[in-house]
Design a binder for this molecule. Structure first.
Ligand SMILES: NC(=O)C1=CN([C@@H]2O[C@H](COP(=O)(O)OP(=O)(O)OC[C@H]3O[C@@H](n4cnc5c(N)ncnc54)[C@H](O)[C@@H]3O)[C@@H](O)[C@H]2O)C=CC1
Ligand SMILES: CC(C)CC(=O)C(=O)O
Ligand SMILES: [Mg+2]
Length: 355
């Protein structure tokens, strides 16, 4: 298992350090794990003058899987756009063809009482959010700023999807729905956007190849509302890059915290990049208080999706469950009566629970 580790910026190095400890436990027990570290984002800009430098690209291309923390920070916000940390993240996603982003919003029952939502609304929650990751307004050209005919400055981005891009994410979504409850909700804004209308047309066409799957369509504004009103109506949701970015952050709060939401970004060959769904959290960086569980659960996804090592994946997820059962919490999921831990303290507990 050749794993590239990219700690990134902000809390990235802190949370990744805990996830690497989990990998080290597996290695000590006999899994052949090779780890190579490289910078991405702001850290890469500082070292190499580019957010996704050749050094990192080579290591990631040679690896079977990539473990990433997060990128970005206010100190980089004034850089020219192509040099910003976030472009490094878009760059690696595009370079490795990581078009299928899986974000499982699963509630550990131990966290049901601490949620801002009523336990009956969220108990048993298990939604798979599938987001296209290499198309949409994030990548569409042209993009930029200009002065229009009236002499006013304006900025523009292009929302665009090709038919093959929609078809391939549709097949991933239907395939996953087939393995679950055979219910797929495609989220769009087809009442306004041509891109969404096309998306809906292609999904309806692909659905003919999966007659056992019940396909529904929902506008994104309604989906955002339904996610907090009655999230358990969803089993698998699939949507575009921008809508998926927003809906998955929203869904993370159904599981207790953005610090709980793992993710896998896969390409056609199951090479994967695994990262928490959150960002670099500059407000808490360097304080050793971030929740490392989303990153640790991303390692479980790596074992499941890239290495097909279901036993290791289950073990990591069970270790997280055990730690939560014992009442250990980081600040973001803390509730009275529980024991508050630091980021590394949570890592210690997960490592102990793996044993
Ligand atoms: N995948 C990535 O690398 C992503 C990077 N970003 C970048 O991260 C930077 C900060 O972005 P924000 O909008 O503030 O989003 P963010 O996700 O970094 O933080 C939002 C809020 O959630 C909290 N939070 C996030 N992760 C946490 C964790 N593991 N434990 C406890 N609390 C946690 C933060 O403290 C903050 O209050 C920006 O530069 C942004 O572009 C944002 C999202 C994804
Ligand atoms: C910073 C963005 C490029 C990434 C993001 O918000 C995400 O992948 O969820
Ligand atoms: Mg996001």
């Amino acid at each position: 298992m050749k794993i590239a580790v990219l700690p990134g910026d902000g809390i990235g190095p802190e949370i990744v350090a805990q996830a690497v400890r989990v990998l080290e436990v597996l290695r000590t027990e006999g899994l052949k794990i090779e780890i190579e570290a490289a910078p991405l984002g702001g850290a890469a800009y500082d070292q190499y003058g580019a957010p996704y430098p050749e050094f990192t690209r080579k290591i990631c291309r040679a690896a079977d899987a990539v473990l990433l923390g997060a990128v970005g920070g206010p100190q980089y916000d004034t850089l020219d756009r192509p040099l910003r940390p976030e472009r490094g993240l878009l760059g690696i996603r595009k370079d490795l063809g990581l078009f299928a982003n899986l974000r499982p919003a699963v509630l550990f029952p131990e966290l049901a009482n601490g949620s801002t939502l009523k336990p009956e609304v969220i108990s048993g929650l298990d939604i798979m959010i599938i987001r296209d990751l290499t198309g949409d307004i994030h990548f569409g050209e042209p993009r930029g700023m200009r002065t229009n005919d009236r002499g006013e400055r304006e900025a523009f981005n292009t929302m665009i999807y090709t038919e093959p891009e929609i078809r391939r994410i549709a097949h991933v979504a239907f395939g996953i729905a087939m393995k679950r409850d055979k219910k797929l909700c495609s989220v769009d804004k087809a009442n306004v956007l041509e891109v969404s209308e096309f998306w809906k047309e292609i999904f309806t066409d692909v659905a003919r190849e999966y007659p056992q799957v019940q396909l529904s369509h929902m506008y994104v504004d309604n989906a955002a509302m339904q996610l907090v009103r009655n999230p358990k109506q969803f089993d698998v949701m699939v949507t575009t890059n921008l809508f998926g970015d927003i809906l998955s952050d929203e869904a993370s709060m159904l599981t207790g915290s953005i610090g709980m939401l793992a993710s896998a970004s896969l390409n056609e060959s199951k090479k994967g990049l695994y990262e928490p769904s959150h960002g670099s959290a500059p407000d808490i960086a360097g304080k050793n208080v971030a929740n490392p569980l989303a990153t640790i659960l991303s390692v479980a996804m790596m074992m499941r999706y890239t290495f097909n090592n279901i036993e290791a994946a289950d073990r990591i997820e069970n270790a997280v469950k055990k730690v939560l059962e014992k009442g250990f919490r980081t600040g973001d999921i803390f509730e009275p009566g529980m024991q508050k831990l630091s980021c590394s303290g949570m890592g210690n507990q997960v490592v102990a629970a793996l044993g």
